[in-house]
Each structure stands twice: as C-alpha cells, then as structure tokens.
Design a protein around this ligand. Sequence first.
Ligand SMILES: Cc1ncc(COP(=O)(O)O)c(C=O)c1O
Length: 381
Amino acid sequence: MKPIYLDNASSSHPKPSCMLAGMQDYLLHIGANPNRGNHQLSQRGQQMVYETRELLSQFLGIGHPNKISFTYNATYAINTLLSGFLNPFDHIITSSYDHNAVVRPLHHLSKKANITYDVWKCDLKGQFNLADLEKLLTPKTRLLIFSHASNVIGSLIPLNEVAMFARKKKIAFALDCTQTAGHIDLELESLGIDMAAGTCHKALLGPTGLGFLYIKNPDLVSPFVQGGGGFLASSLDQPETSPAKFEAGTINFLGLSALNSSLKWLSVKKNEIRSHHQQLTQHLRYELLKIPGLILYGTDNNGSIPIISFNIKDIAPSLIESYLEINHQLIVRSGLQCAPLMHEALNTLPDGAVRVSLGPFNRATHVTKLVKALWDLKSYS
Ligand SMILES: Cc1ncc(COP(=O)(O)O)c(C=O)c1O
C-alpha cells in the first residue's frame, strides 16, 4: 500500500509531474553554466533563470525580479541577512512562531557578536498583541524578524500591522515567508518589507536545494560568501548589486529549471489549490474536534495555512506518529518541528505535538482515513 503523505510543511510531496520535464529540459537542452560565457547554451540558461525570478517575484509581490537572489534554502538566506545586516550590540526581536532557522543563528550571534534578542510571545491560542511588541523595543532595536506563519499551528502574524509598526518606528523588518510563499500571494514591496527569506521546496512545490533572499536595499547587507558569478570578473570585490552579490559560485540551475515548471503550474492552479486546502483543513478540524481527549492547538482563524497540530491525552505524540504509519500508512510529523519557542507557548514541551500538513494532492479520503485511524486508536487506549 502506498503511504499517504501528510507532512507537506516539511517538504511538499508529490511535486507536480511537470517538474520532471523542467529538469529534463535543463539536462538535455541547457546543461551549461548560465552567466559564464556568451555562448548560446549559457544564454538559454540565463533566460531560464531570469524567467524563474520573474515567476517567483509574482508570488512574492516584488516588481524588480533582480532583487531576488537564489540561495540553497531558507536557512542560508536567513543566515545571510542576519550576519550581513547586524552590527555588534544591535538588539533584535523575533517571535514565538520562529523556527530554529532564525533562533539558532540569533543565539549564535548573541554568543559571538554581542547582539541581544528578545522574543515576542504569543498566547496559548497562538495570537499576538502589538502592545507586547512595543514593550520589547529598546533604543538599540535594529531589526524585527518574524516568521509569517507558525509551522506548528498554521496561523499568521498580523503582517500589515507589524509592517506598519516597523515603518513607524524606523526599524528594519525581515519576514521569514518559508511557510507562506506559494500558499498566499505576498505583497513584500507594497508593505515596505526590508528583507525576506524563504524556501522553494514547500508550498512553492519546487525541489530541495533552493531558497531565496529578497533585500530591498542590497547596500545594507554584506554577502555571506564571496566568489565568482560571471559578472565583473576583473574586480576582486564581490559585485554590489543583487542578485550577483548574494549568488557567489554556481547555484542550483538544475533545481531552478524544475522550479520554473512548478511555478508555471502553480500560477494556473493556485486558486483551486487554495480553496481545496481550506476545505480539507476545515473538514479535518471539524472532525478532530469530535474525538474525546484530543487537544487541538491554535484557532480556526481564516487565512491560515493548511497545518493542524494536536495531541491525544495520555498518548505520546511520537507513539501516535508511529501508530499512524505502521498501522495505516499515514505519514505525519510529531515532536517539536524545529519550533521549540512555539511549543513553549503552547505548553507542549518537551514532547511537542502531532502535526498534519496538507498539500495539493491530498484528498478528502485521506482526511477520512486519518480521522478513522484516530478513532480506532482511541478505542484501543
Ligand atoms: C518557518 C520556517 N522557517 C525556516 C525553515 C527552514 O527551511 P529550510 O530547511 O528549507 O532552510 C522552515 C522549515 O521547516 C520553516 O518552517
């Protein structure tokens, strides 16, 4: 029996089948290294890369595709913006929603580079209060870095209010949109967001090994890595403009060709997929709430992304994960999901919770199977 994959917030699976054609196109018809040389294969590669930047910029709400640099993943993009923007003694604010991809680099910089940081905490339901954010400001606060969505409960931060707050206080705002890019049409430019980082293998339905970094003003961020890129080879300095500034060395061109195909597919299908996700998520929430002893985290707020986390009284989340896989071929993810601050807010440390995250290829029958399996588990326990 084929497993039913319900762990799309880790990495979406399956991908649209056209992604294979994108990879094949690169391998058979491009092959060469874009930006290296003026020959026809390199130029074809450059066109493909530019087109992919354009496609991605439409999902992110960016009018200048060259302000997007491709990285290996979101973690790399976040490390680049933190280490390239911060100075010793800066104060940073992050939030309960933030992933270890943000919190670990901040912790590291606090030990090595004398920065300090505070956490804007949400309540037990995952909701934030802007007055609490204001209380964390210090004269040294130079950056707010927040995940757009919780990767544990799927709820969103109040993005418009936070962006306005940052502008009013003249503090830079970086958004980690790893979980929302692809699920939600972002408006990074019109919201005046200074920097953003994300990954391409989740709701953007691309391959692993690709992330992105958006920097409104590249002069404010130094690159993490220096090296070649095909531009201005006579200079020993790294180029100062993006994307080249943040794309030292050969990047994942094979992956970009795959992403190109996925983004074209997603651009056509996105409305259908989003309402499908919403229906499945609401249905799953409704059914889970009927199971005695099941604790559902977060709220049912509209606009959230298709992630649900729960626990069942007196059963460890890791046991639920194993039971679902071994007995029913249902693949979910238990534990902390690299988000210990969120589990602290939900009072679910140290074991975390069971997370179900849906994707475009999940069907109502998958939800029905999961709910039935959980009722069966209740009847044994
Ligand atoms: C909110 C958030 N930020 C960052 C990351 C890190 O993404 P990547 O592993 O692609 O770098 C994740 C991954 O789950 C995430 O959920």
